[in-house]
Design a protein around this ligand. Structure first.
Ligand SMILES: CCCCCCCCCCCCCCCCCC(=O)SCCNC(=O)CCNC(=O)[C@H](O)C(C)(C)COP(=O)(O)OP(=O)(O)OC[C@H]1O[C@@H](n2cnc3c(N)ncnc32)[C@H](O)[C@@H]1OP(=O)(O)O
Ligand SMILES: Cc1cc2nc3c(=O)[nH]c(=O)nc-3n(C[C@H](O)[C@H](O)[C@H](O)COP(=O)(O)OP(=O)(O)OC[C@H]3O[C@@H](n4cnc5c(N)ncnc54)[C@H](O)[C@@H]3O)c2cc1C
Length: 664
């Protein structure tokens, strides 16, 4: 039993917590990656919670755009100082759940820590790293990742910023020749960072060698003023993440030394000789790394949303289930369970998938460091697919959680608006989802064709080697995984056949690809979903611990499988891997699982172990005292400072005094 049990809460939540039949702490340890990690996270959290500097002077919603930014910059700089004093690595803190809730609407230094620094370590040679990392460590350099332009985000080969080598002076000249060449979006670029890793088209001796990365100083290290030849600013209010300091940047024939090209993979020698990288896409390496990180990030966003929705659903009573009886907790409605419990199962699916792709990332990059690039395509497809799937599942999940809270979910004080905007952006950044799905499809179709030509396939696509033959009527986990394989195989073979048919009618391959891209997207998503299901099943099989925790995991895994079979039943029926009767049996099982898991729901989300400060939600608080909190938050509105606002005297009273001339 968790120590949480002893804290006071409303009777509804007390009753829920008493139903708990598993060890909450054990589940928390599993999600953290072990007891020691839970202890470390809690220690970090207690450091953070005791800092008065993290208390916002007023709720940020009521601050101006400028004050919001300055308030968050204050907190992020305070964190750097604090971690320095405590000898804790700031990146460790930021990637730990302990830091959640400190910054409300985006961190102006997030891209510095998680995109810029990995670019320097992953793309520059040892000598360059030594110089720049020393300056980064001593806080002389704060940087961003400046790739996207007004005209191009997705199509990197279309970038217009140029870096032209001047052999005489051994410098590169950076230039933004058109309005659409303006760098647009990089986090912290507006007014925070003084350096950037800039992606630009490399020109040497009149020849273009494509996008390469350059280390560029943008602001004076002492005055912070932008340097001559550089124009900088912020891009204005956004859907969310309004304190990230997203900025724009233009270059006017701005010169940087030759050695400011990041030279781990490709080089330009003093005499202008271009040295090719060992793989043409190595300069895209930072994006692969961040995509891997996003899977874990979105899983944590969903954990917060589902904690809020579950606790609120246990406290909220509405309508009648049985006429004349007291109003039930809304969590007792099957439809409400169907909104929330699949989201809880999604958290675990994404959690196991995130762990597996992080492991894959480290093992493939270790091989690449030894010169073996053979697994890069697999890593690219896996990280692209999981980034796309996690971002879209988590965003949809957060929105479902919001809807499950009715009107109160629409209040800023529920924290759903922020959670939603902070999750849905992951669909767009680091590779727009549709575009990444198409990259996955490209890998799948290529692999399928290779198998048709008699080659053996490995890793995540090995099942495309030959038609899978699932055993009819086997609805066990392994049986369902086999059915999944057969369904994806059918989608892939049909789509490939369709591309061939379109080509046979005289269409060129690229146009045929575009005409089949709806099916290609389906193939990519189904393949990635199968991967996530397989990871879930295997990780649950391997899970150690007490029987009751294993039972929770097994039920959640089963709910995930039955739910996704039900949602995609057409694909299973078309492939013949499941019959109509199988689907009906599985849908019935899914409904029973909702009932089985419902009494444990509050305790499962308790195991995510967020405190009230982190959830920052009137609806999701530990003690369930939602109505008082909603009322208290409303009183904080500046409009409630006076009974009659100034706007009444300015606008409403004059109007009321005139009255309508004509009758309506
Ligand atoms: C480890 C844990 C760490 C945790 C740490 C971090 C945690 C933090 C997480 C939260 C961070 C949040 C902050 C994020 C801020 C947002 C930053 C950005 O958006 S920044 C801006 C982000 N912007 C974007 O993401 C832009 C998205 N656009 C792109 O990435 C590219 O333009 C493209 C991939 C769409 C096409 O590229 P193009 O050159 O036209 O290529 P073609 O299509 O012609 O394909 C040719 C061949 O290349 C292949 N290949 C391709 N890529 C790769 C790769 N990476 N590799 C290998 N191979 C690759 C492809 O498969 C094909 O192979 P084949 O079939 O021929 O064998
Ligand atoms: C919050 C946030 C933070 C960001 N931070 C950074 C940062 O730090 N650094 C940085 O460099 N960038 C950053 N970006 C930019 C981000 O990476 C790009 O917006 C993203 O890569 C998408 O590119 P785009 O905006 O050009 O969209 P577009 O590519 O123009 O997409 C528009 C539509 O066209 C479709 N489309 C485009 N190409 C294809 C295709 N080949 N096939 C089918 N459909 C296609 C897309 O699916 C989409 O529906 C950030 C963006 C956001 C929202």
């Amino acid at each position: 039993m968790s120590s949480h049990e002893t804290r006071p809460c409303v009777p509804d939540l007390k009753k829920e917590r008493l139903k708990c039949d598993f060890n909450v702490e054990e589940l928390t340890n599993l999600i953290d990656g072990g007891k020691e990690k839970t202890a470390l996270r809690r220690k970090l959290r207690s450091v953070i919670s005791s800092e008065s500097a993290y208390i916002d002077p007023i709720p940020p919603e009521y601050m101006s755009h400028e004050d919001q930014f300055s308030n968050e910059l204050r907190k992020t700089c305070h964190t750097a100082m604090l971690m320095n004093k405590q000898n804790i690595d700031i990146k460790t803190l930021q990637l730990s759940k302990a830091y959640i809730g400190v910054l409300k609407d985006g961190d102006p230094l997030w891209v510095h820590y998680h995109v810029f620094i990995p670019s320097i370590t992953g793309q520059s040679d040892p000598e360059q790293q030594k110089i720049w990392m020393e300056k980064i460590r001593t806080w002389k350099i704060f940087g961003t990742y400046a790739q996207t332009e007004l005209g191009h985000g997705t199509f990197l080969r279309g970038l217009e910023t140029t870096a032209t080598y001047d052999r005489e002076t051994r410098e590169f000249i950076l230039n933004s020749p058109t309005i659409t060449a303006t760098k647009w979006w990089p986090g912290g670029l507006g007014h925070t960072v003084n350096f950037a890793a800039v992606m630009a088209q490399l020109y040497v001796g009149g020849k273009c060698y494509g996008p390469h990365m350059f280390m560029v100083q943008l602001r004076d290290e002492n005055t912070h003023e932008s340097l001559p030849g550089v124009t900088l600013g912020e891009i204005g209010p956004r859907f969310g993440l309004n304190t990230n300091g997203n900025g724009f940047l233009r270059f006017d024939h701005y010169r940087i030394p030759r050695r400011n090209m990041l030279m781990k993979h490709a080089q330009v020698l003093e005499d202008g000789t271009y040295v090719k990288p060992s793989h043409s896409k190595l300069s895209y390496g930072t994006m692969v790394r961040v995509r891997v990180g996003i899977v874990r990030d979105t899983c944590i966003q969903l954990q917060q949303a589902v904690t809020i929705a579950t606790r609120y659903s246990a406290v909220r009573h509405q309508s009648e289930l049985i006429p004349g009886e007291p109003e039930p907790q809304i969590l007792d409605y099957q439809t409400q369970q169907f909104k929330i419990l699949p989201q809880i199962s999604s958290v675990f699916a994404l959690f196991f998938a995130a762990n597996s792709v992080i492991d894959a990332y480290y093992s493939v990059t270790a091989q690449m460091d030894l010169g073996d690039m053979s697994l890069l395509p697999e890593l690219h497809a896996l990280s692209s697919g999981l980034k796309a799937l996690s971002a879209s599942d988590a965003s949809r999940g957060v929105e479902i959680c919001r809807l499950s809270c009715g009107g109160h979910g629409y209040l800023a004080s529920s924290n759903f608006p922020r959670l939603y905007t902070q999750t849905t952006c992951a669909i767009t950044y680091e590779g727009e989802n549709t575009v990444l799905w198409l990259q996955v499809a490209r890998y799948i179709i290529k692999s399928y064709r290779s198998a048709q030509n008699g080659n053996n396939l490995k890793h995540s696509v090995s099942y495309l080697s030959k038609q899978p033959r699932p055993v009819r009527g086997d609805l066990s986990n392994n049986g369902l995984l086999e059915a999944f394989k057969a369904a994806v195989f059918k989608l892939v073979s049909d789509t490939e056949g369709r591309i061939q048919r379109v080509c046979a009618k005289g269409q060129n391959y690229h146009m045929a690809w575009n005409q089949c891209s709806l099916q290609l997207l389906k193939c990519a998503e189904a393949h990635t979903r199968f991967y996530v299901c397989e990871q879930f099943v295997r990780k649950v099989e391997m899970a150690k611990g007490t029987e009751n925790v294993k039972k929770i995991l097994k039920n959640l895994c089963r709910l995930y499988l039955t739910h996704h079979v039900s949602v995609n039943s057409g694909d299973f029926l078309k492939s013949g891997s499941l019959s109509q009767n199988d689907i009906a049996v599985l849908e019935e099982e899914m409904c029973s699982l909702l009932e089985v898991l419902r009494p444990q729901a509050v305790s499962i989300v308790d195991a995510f172990d967020f405190d009230d400060g982190q959830l920052n939600s009137c609806l999701g608080c530990w003690d369930g005292d939602v109505y008082q909190r909603l009322y208290d938050e409303a009183l904080k509105s500046p409009l409630n400072k006076t009974d009659v606002p100034e706007a009444y005297y300015k606008y409403l009273r004059p109007l009321m005094q005139v009255g309508l001339k004509s009758s309506l």
